[in-house]
Design a binder for this molecule. Structure first.
Ligand code: GLA
Length: 382
């Protein structure tokens, strides 16, 4: 793929580009906690986007999408959201640089990759982080990775209209081969956990139900959490986010809550606790306990946070029936996309077959499955 992207660039723009890559991500546990200043445990995976880039000595940005076989061209003096959806992830990043003293000059870009779109593997973060990383290198701005992550997140807010947390962009940029990253989304402190699992594999089962995070549900969940925080703050002034809340605080004031807001808050507080406990499991090498927490996470997402869908629930129920699986849950924003499954390697093939057969029978759709390898974050492409 790298070579094809590079060749396409040479054919279209007749010069030698730099080539960078940025990966999609999985999240082992810690869903819808990032924008509540909580904990997440993502990892970058071998589904990646490649970018061939070079300056073009003009004031124009020209881009070609390898996957869509489409071109766009924009004047850098008038960068604003465009009608071409895919270009907005790129324009959003350029707009962030333009807010700094690091002025982007005209450049040409060919990009493409194998991160499935709308599958909850953060193809958009991979695009944003890859371009931010690439422009930083191309023009020698010298910005650190944290700054680039924050710029990529802002691009998503302002040009895709999703008020996402920081997890996806962080994982795409900071991923480390064979490691998951426990990120404290408040302090931005992070710790790598070794995932070099000889006996297990991370398997993604793609419902192929296309979620649209921008569809108001994601932003509504954020607001519900903020409503919960405002209520708790009346009693506990020290509570600035659900990260500061406890299940006791919630239980004590349950009567004052709208029942939906209450459920949302209980889920988030419980999920934060689960991430911490799951990291302790990893340290002990207790993968069975880790897997149980994945199932508990799914139950919370299904019943309390209500961001699952019948296809995801079905896949988790099927996984539970298999002795090959330690844990499974829906992953990412929800309403579609993938489940993440922790599967014994000796039963991998049987598991995949069993899930494929069950899904086809239930929904008449061929299930897509991926065995995720854990890779490094944004970098020059080898
Ligand atoms: C999406 C968002 C992330 C995070 C997850 C849910 O992937 O982009 O910031 O909130 O949903 O955990």
């Amino acid at each position: 793929m790298i070579n094809e992207i590079k060749e396409k660039f040479q054919e279209l723009f007749e010069q030698e580009p730099i080539v960078v890559r940025s990966p999609g991500r999985v999240n082992l546990i810690g869903e819808h906690t990032d924008y509540n200043e909580g904990f997440v445990l993502p990892a970058a995976i071998n589904k990646e986007i490649f970018f061939a880039i070079a300056p073009n000595q003009s004031n124009t940005f020209r881009a070609y999408s390898f996957n869509l076989n489409e071109s766009v061209e924009f004047d850098l003096d008038t960068i604003k959201p465009s009608d071409t959806d895919w270009a907005n992830y790129l324009l959003g990043v350029i707009a962030q640089f333009q807010k700094t003293e690091h002025q982007v000059q005209g450049f040409d870009l060919v990009f493409g990759g194998n991160v499935p779109i709308g599958a909850g593997l953060s193809s958009s973060a991979a695009v944003e982080c890859g371009l931010a990383f690439g422009l930083n290198e191309l023009f020698g701005f010298g910005l650190d990775k944290f700054t680039l992550v924050q710029m990529a997140q802002k691009a998503e807010h302002e040009y895709a209209g999703v008020m996402c947390g920081i997890m996806d962009q962080f994982a795409s940029m900071f991923g480390q081969r064979n490691h998951a990253i426990k990120l404290d989304c408040r302090s931005l402190e992070y710790t790598y956990y070794n995932l070099a699992m000889e006996e297990y594999r991370i398997v993604l089962c793609d419902t192929q139900v296309k979620h649209s995070l921008a569809s108001s549900a994601y932003n509504t969940r954020r607001q519900e959490c903020e409503t919960g925080v405002a209520l708790l703050k009346k009693h506990y002034p020290e509570v600035n986010s659900l990260r500061d809340a406890t299940l006791d605080m919630l239980a004590k004031h349950q009567q004052e809550f709208d029942p939906t807001v209450y459920k949302r808050c209980v889920y988030v507080v419980s999920e934060n606790n689960r991430v911490e406990a799951a990291c302790a499991d990893l340290e002990k090498g207790d993968m069975a306990a880790f897997g149980e927490r994945m199932y508990a996470s799914h139950a919370g997402l299904q019943h309390d946070y209500e961001v699952s869908c019948p296809e995801l629930d079905y896949l988790v129920e099927q996984a539970k029936k298999s002795s090959a699986v330690l844990g499974a849950r829906m992953m990412g924003g929800g309403f579609g996309g993938c489940t993440i499954n922790l599967v014994r390697v000796d039963a991998l093939d049987a598991f995949v077959k069993q899930m494929e057969d069950a899904y086809t029978q239930e929904f008449g759709v061929t299930l897509k499955t991926y065995v995720a390898e854990i890779v490094d974050g944004s970098s020059f492409a080898a």
